[in-house]
Design a protein around this ligand. Structure first.
Ligand code: DGY
Length: 324
């Protein structure tokens, strides 16, 4: 009689919360212990033996990996985005791919709004100013910023996170425009949003915030022509993916002063190299891809990733599955 063998699962990083304990009770688990992602060779070697993989957006799951992973039956990404995974190649091999939508929506929208406000009101510059000992008196012209109330916010993408940002913006008295493949008349009525084309969004927005997944249709959605079309002094917030923006064009738009500033949680590449001009430009607010990083949300993402993986290993469709 064949003995039951628990599925072998490789997890590419330690995860917050207790989700991995739950997985350990049902699978033979190997967890990459370092703070940095496993080197490619290690990932390939682990995938060769694995029935399931729990991956992060730093881990590339492509044809090359799949071809060397004869036992692989499930991939579960601890992120809502899945541009690190070749979903079509997984689908062709009947490997379900899980992701973590929903649980990070509000947390990510909070951070997008924190960046927007931080950039508009120059919070990081103010902090640096005080710490550097420059504060000598109340100065009527010191660190003047941009008002949110009455300003126009242009949302690129109106998925769950875009909608959550729109709600916040309406609470702050902003006019909200959006571009999206799909019209949302329900939200236009409920939140007073206005659907416009790309040209109008660029020319009318005081702030632009990006909320689209990265794919061939959104790569470099903002390039030289788009920056040139933007309102002089407009501010950009990106919590989606770095490659949605042509970063060389962004640097030039900032350096010329046409763009008023940028707040970036995501860059191309990540991490941002220390010689990147973005680090030396004024009015640039940077964060290390932490928009979903609250204790609660990261714990929920880990838990959801484990649920997705276990379902797939048991032959069920994961509750959150990105394959068509
Ligand atoms: C995602 O989930 O795609 C974010 O970028 C990380 O939370």
């Amino acid at each position: 009689m064949e003995r039951f063998r628990p599925p072998r699962v490789f997890v590419t990083r330690r995860l917050p919360g207790d989700a991995l304990d739950r997985l350990a009770a049902r699978a033979a688990l190997r967890v990459w212990p370092d703070a940095l992602p496993p080197p490619r060779d290690t990932l390939l070697a682990e995938a060769r033996e694995a029935d399931g993989l729990i991956t992060l957006l730093t881990d590339r799951v492509d044809e090359d990996l799949l071809a060397q992973a004869p036992h692989l039956r499930a991939v579960s990404n601890v992120a809502v985005g899945h541009d690190n995974i070749d979903v079509a190649a997984c689908t062709a091999r009947r490997i379900p791919v899980g992701n973590t939508p929903g649980v990070l929506t509000e947390t990510t929208a909070d951070f997008a709004f924190a960046l927007l406000m931080g950039l508009a009101r120059r919070v990081a510059e103010a902090d640096a100013y005080v710490r550097a000992g420059h504060w000598r008196t109340w100065d009527p012209s010191l660190l003047l910023g941009t008002d949110l109330h009455g300003a126009t916010l242009g949302l690129v993408g109106l998925g769950a996170i875009g909608v959550a940002v729109a709600r916040r913006a309406r609470g702050f008295g902003m006019r909200v425009l959006y571009v999206s493949r799909r019209a949302r008349p329900d939200l236009e009525a409920a939140l007073g949003l206005v659907r416009v084309d790309k040209g109008r969004l660029l020319t009318e927005s005081d702030f632009i915030s990006l909320h689209v997944p990265l794919n061939e249709g959104t790569r470099h959605w903002l390039g030289r022509a788009e920056f040139a079309a933007m309102k002089p002094g407009a501010l950009l917030v990106n919590t989606s993916r770095g490659q949605v923006v042509d970063q060389a064009a962004l640097v030039d738009a900032l350096a010329s002063g046409h763009l008023g500033g940028a707040a970036l949680d995501v860059t191309d590449p990540e991490p941002l190299p220390l010689d990147s001009p973005l680090l030396r430009l004024p009015r640039v607010l940077l964060a290390p891809h932490i928009a979903s990083a609250s204790h609660t949300t990261r714990g929920r993402m880990a838990s959801m990733a484990v649920d997705n993986l276990l379902a797939a290993l048991e032959g069920r469709r994961p509750p959150h599955c990105v394959n068509p």
